[in-house]
Structures are given as structure tokens and as C-alpha cells.
Design a protein. Structure first.
Length: 444
């Protein structure tokens, strides 16, 4: 039987979508209030409308955290013994306080997270009710929602908490949630891919080192990789989907758990955090089709061109803001050159880097032909046997918690209001444009 409702929707929506696209092409430069029509239909790109204290993204310099670049932070942030990579506890302290941490500051953050790290048994029980093949990001979001039962903010708000104390309760929730995320993520990893053979936490390890331990990868340098990975993915100013979602949901006075769960649902989208799993799949598909593990740069160039000719994107390349190679890509590349420069998959990534910008740059409509962070992370993880691509975005989410929850604390402390932008209809826009043109004709 024909679905008449679906048919009616298609009858209305599809012609209108075509009309809108043509209309924006013709009138996109017109400014309504302070925003162009093309920006209204282009995802609010480049519209200044948010305040985020923790980080700032420059199109050419990349991300900076409280004014410090990733190369600077790799030098300045405290490190674990016998490790060259910064501890994520340090960048969280920097984002939260605006000051570079000392080694003692980082130890205090580690101690706080260790003290708060126990996960209630009911959270594991909730996860165990889900089918084992449930996407890890769905499991991750579900576990965070289950934890909301412990929200300090929700309980104190119900009791009549003063607005002056909103930041305090939010800080407690943020610290409690961050402390528990590695245990939850590792539980999902072992449940999904290792038959539920879980690994107990090691309280002597730092936050990222313990996460690596619970994942079950024993190589000492993998702990170093996790420290780097969980540092460079923490934040990307306030306009990216996961950060903006945290801010938007938090602006309703939803607590940190509800806000962060919503952010993870945004991160799980293919146009955001899920892109990291698409990159490594694209690489392995290329190798399979070419029938070699070490393709030439000429073969890679041809495969890129065939991908584009098929109407597809080259995953891991391009960025909404960046117009130069992503410093997070460079940081991972430097890590690989230090520890395993001869890894075949990593070398494929580097060969793609040598070819892709030239090919993509020759296409006029591509504003940024350079790699973003996702272009490298999958290959780096595969080196250590983490080839479960569906889990990559959970790793991203554990890291992103540091930035978005630090920002949420600032939202509460600054008393930022409910976010409520104004929307208009297509019909209103057409009438407005017609009126503007009529007035111009009358004036002439």
C-alpha cells in the first residue's frame, strides 16, 4: 500500500528544495539584518554569535588553547615520567583556569579524577541490556544518560539552589563525569570487541594512561599516544557541532550529563566526529581496489580523482574553518615519525598528504584542500591493533569532554543566557527580498 503521507511530503518538499537552492544562488549576497541569505542557508557559517573562553580557531594557524598552540603546549604542559607527550589533565587545567599548570597542579587534577572515577554498577547493567552490536557511540551516549541520576546540579536545582551557585554544581558534575568516561568507554570497547573480558582500572596511572590500560593495549608508547590523542581533540572553539550542542542544551539549565550526552549525539554524525572512521575505511577500500598495500602516489592520485568523479568526498580533507593543514594532523604525524616511521598504512597516509592537496586545490569550489585531524588518527590507532573503526569516535568523545565541559563551567559562571536565535520562513524571505527590490526601483 502506498504511504500517502510520505508521497504528499515528497510532493511539497522536493520542489521547494530545488526552488530554495536556485533562490539562494541568485539572492545569496543580500543581507537581512546582519546576516546574508547564503549564511542563513549555509549553516550559519562565519556568523559571530558565540562566546567560548577555552579555545580559538584561526583559519591559518589552527587551534589555540588560551592563546597557546599545539606545538607550544607539547613543550609547556607537564608530562608523565618517561613520556614525551603532554598529560590531558594539564590542558583541562589550562582551559578551566586560563593558566598553565605546574606539575603539582596536574597531579591534583589526576587525584581528583581518580577519587571520582568509580562508575555505579547500574550504568554497566544498562549497557548490558543493549545488543552487543549496538554502535559504540549509541552505547556511550546511553551510559552518560544513565549517569545523569547522579547529577549534583539537578539535585541542587530541585532544592532551590541560588543562581550564584550554578557554576559550583556544574563543576562538580563536570569533574565527576570526566573522571568516569575512560572506564565507561573501555567497558564498551571490551564488551563490544573482546567478549566482555574487562580489565580493572589501575589507580596508579594517570587519566589517559589508565584508559589505555583498560582498553587492553600493553605497548608503553600506546599510553603516550592516548595522552597526545586525548589532548589534541579536547576543543575546537565553540562553533563546532559538539561544543555548540553542549552550550545550547546547557543554556536551558540542563545539567552536564544531559548536555554532554546531546553533544555526543552530535559528534556521532558523519559530518563531525564519525568522519574519523570513514577515513580509514576509505584507505582500506583503496588498497583493496588497487590490490597493493603500498600504492604509488600516481595510483593514489588516480583513486582520489575517481572518488571525486563518483560524486563523493575524500574523507579527512577539508574543514569548515581551517585553510591550512590541521596542526592536530601534524602532531600525529610527528608522533608516528618518532615511534614507527616505517608503518605501511601510516606511509600511505603521508603519500595521500603529498598528493591530495594538489588534486583538491585544482577544484575551484574546495576552499581547504588540506588534511584535518581525522586524516591521520585512524592509521595511528591501527598500528596498535585498534582496527575497530566504529569505536574511534568514542575516543574522540572522551577527549572532547574536557573542552566542552570546561566551557559549560564558564557558561554558568558568566551567567550566559538561554540561546534563542530568530528564525524566518522561506515565504517571509521572498516577500522581504521583493520589498527591498521594489523600494530600490522607487528610489531610482
Amino acid at each position: 500500500m502506498t504511504d500517502k503521507i510520505k508521497a504528499k511530503f515528497a510532493e511539497k518538499a522536493l520542489p521547494l528544495a530545488k526552488e530554495m537552492k536556485e533562490y539562494v544562488k541568485e539572492h545569496g549576497d543580500m543581507i537581512i539584518d546582519t546576516v546574508s541569505i547564503s549564511q542563513l542557508y549555509g549553516g550559519m557559517r562565519d556568523v559571530l554569535s558565540l562566546i567560548t573562553e577555552t579555545s580559538l580557531l584561526d583559519a591559518y594557524k589552527g587551534i589555540s588553547f588560551r592563546g597557546y598552540s599545539i606545538p607550544e603546549l607539547k613543550e609547556l604542559l607537564p608530562k608523565a615520567p618517561n613520556c614525551t607527550e603532554p598529560l590531558p589533565e594539564g590542558i583541562f587545567y589550562l582551559m578551566l583556569t586560563g593558566e598553565l599548570p605546574t606539575a603539582d597542579d596536574v597531579k591534583q587534577v589526576s587525584a581528583e579524577w581518580q577519587k571520582r572515577s568509580a562508575v555505579p554498577q547500574f550504568v554497566f547493567q544498562v549497557l548490558d541490556t543493549l545488543p552487543v552490536d549496538t554502535h559504540p557511540m549509541t552505547q556511550f551516549s546511553t551510559a552518560i544518560m544513565a549517569l545523569q541520576n547522579e547529577s549534583v546540579f539537578a539535585k541542587k536545582y530541585e532544592e532551590g539552589m541560588s543562581k550564584a551557585d550554578y557554576w559550583d554544581a556544574t563543576y562538580e558534575d563536570a569533574m565527576n563525569l570526566i573522571a568516569k568516561l575512560p572506564r565507561i568507554a573501555a567497558y564498551i570497547f571490551r564488551r563490544t570487541y573482546h567478549s566482555g573480558n574487562h580489565i580493572a582500572p589501575d589507580p596508579t596511572l594517570d587519566w589517559a594512561g589508565n584508559f589505555a590500560h583498560m582498553l587492553g593495549i600493553d605497548a608503553p608508547e600506546f599510553k603516550s599516544l592516548m595522552r597526545l590523542y586525548l589532548t589534541i581533540h579536547v576543543d575546537h572553539e565553540g562553533g563546532n557541532a559538539s561544543a555548540h550542542t553542549t552550550h545550547l542544551v546547557g543554556s536551558t539549565l540542563s545539567d552536564a550529563y544531559l548536555s554532554f550526552a546531546a553533544a555526543m549525539n552530535a559528534l556521532a554524525g558523519p559530518l563531525h566526529g564519525l568522519a574519523n572512521q570513514e577515513v580509514i575505511r576509505w584507505i582500506f577500500n583503496m588498497l583493496d581496489e588497487l590490490g597493493t598495500q603500498r600504492p604509488t602516489q600516481e595510483q593514489i592520485e588516480q583513486y582520489i580523482r575517481s572518488t571525486l568523479a563518483a560524486g563523493k568526498v575524500v574523507p579527512g580533507y577539508g574543514h569548515a574553518v581551517l585553510r591550512s593543514p590541521d596542526p592536530r594532523f601534524i602532531a600525529q604525524m610527528e608522533f608516528c615519525k618518532q615511534y614507527f616511521p616505517d608503518d605501511p598504512i601510516v606511509n600511505v597516509v603521508w603519500d595521500i598528504y603529498a598528493v591530495a592537496p594538489k588534486v583538491l586545490g585544482s577544484i575551484g569550489k574546495i576552499k581547504n584542500p588540506y588534511p584535518n585531524v581525522d586524516a591521520h588518527s585512524g592509521a595511528t590507532l591501527v598500528h596498535y591493533g585498534v582496527n575497530q573503526y566504529n569505536f574511534y569516535t568514542v575516543l574522540f568523545g572522551v577527549s572532547r569532554a574536557l573542552g566542552v565541559l570546561a566551557s559549560l563551567c564558564w557558561d554558568r559562571a558568566l551567567g550566559l543566557p538561554l540561546e534563542r536565535p530568530k528564525s524566518i520562513t522561506f515565504e517571509w524571505m521572498k516577500n522581504w527580498v521583493a520589498q527591498q527590490k521594489s523600494e530600490q526601483v522607487s528610489a531610482n
